[in-house]
Design a protein around this ligand. Structure first.
Ligand SMILES: [Mg+2]
Length: 218
């Protein structure tokens, strides 16, 4: 019998990292006034993408300071071991993020290359003059989403249509739709509660140690 192909798709913020980049930047750079775009998003007056774009463009710190902040973001210590085990099993690896690739590449760009991980995300570019400029993919991009820039569910659906067995890990609201389509779901925080509410089966997920244990046992 043909062995089934597996893909492992993971969210980044709050899943691979301990907390959202948005939370880190809010603590360091944003006062009440700077948070106005976020309030507009919560009130339904702005898309998630436009709110983040406007907020991040307000960061004008010297580049060294901005990078130093990024380096305080904690990455799960078992991420690399998990990807290592996945590569040995020929599991296709993806990060799918509605954030942007600037801080993701700075934090784990070397691991993305080393383990051949495909990063599906909005683009980010930083200069103190412009702030962190976020760009969504073009509308004809296969995983485009009008609200958050990147559609995680479209990626999961594409993989399913290519007969992949999809393992998904996430924590936040944009992770619910892909979790509904995935074959195995590792969920924490908001996503765990949302999955339980909808009867979506989830695996124990406190850290990547649990995901590592899963792949070691496959
Ligand atoms: Mg997240």
């Amino acid at each position: 019998m043909e062995q089934r192909k597996t893909a492992f798709v993971s969210d980044f913020d709050g899943t691979i990292s301990d907390d959202d980049f948005f939370a880190y930047t809010t603590k360091t750079y944003f006062d009440e006034q700077a948070l106005a775009p976020w309030r507009a998003f919560l009130a339904g007056q702005k898309t998630h993408f436009n709110a983040l774009k406007e907020m991040f463009a307000q960061i004008h710190a010297p580049i060294g300071d901005f990078h130093a902040l990024i380096e305080t973001i904690r990455i799960d210590p078992d991420l690399e071991k998990t990807w290592q085990v996945c590569r040995k099993q020929d599991v296709a690896l993806y990060i799918c993020s509605a954030g942007n690739d600037y801080y993701i590449r700075r934090l784990i760009g070397n691991l993305l290359q080393k383990y051949n991980v495909t990063l599906v995300s909005n683009k980010g570019e930083y200069a103190p003059e412009t702030g962190l400029v976020m760009t969504a993919p073009a509308e004809d991009y296969p995983y485009y989403d009008q609200d958050v820039g990147i559609s995680k569910v479209k990626l999961v659906e594409k993989l399913k249509s290519e007969r992949y067995f999809v393992v998904f890990a996430g924590d936040g609201p944009p992770d619910l739709a892909p979790a509904e389509k995935a074959d195995i779901v590792f969920a924490k925080k908001f996503l765990l509660d949302a999955c339980r509410l909808r009867g979506i089966k989830t695996q124990k997920f406190e850290s990547f140690k649990d995901i590592l244990t899963y792949f070691e046992g496959v």
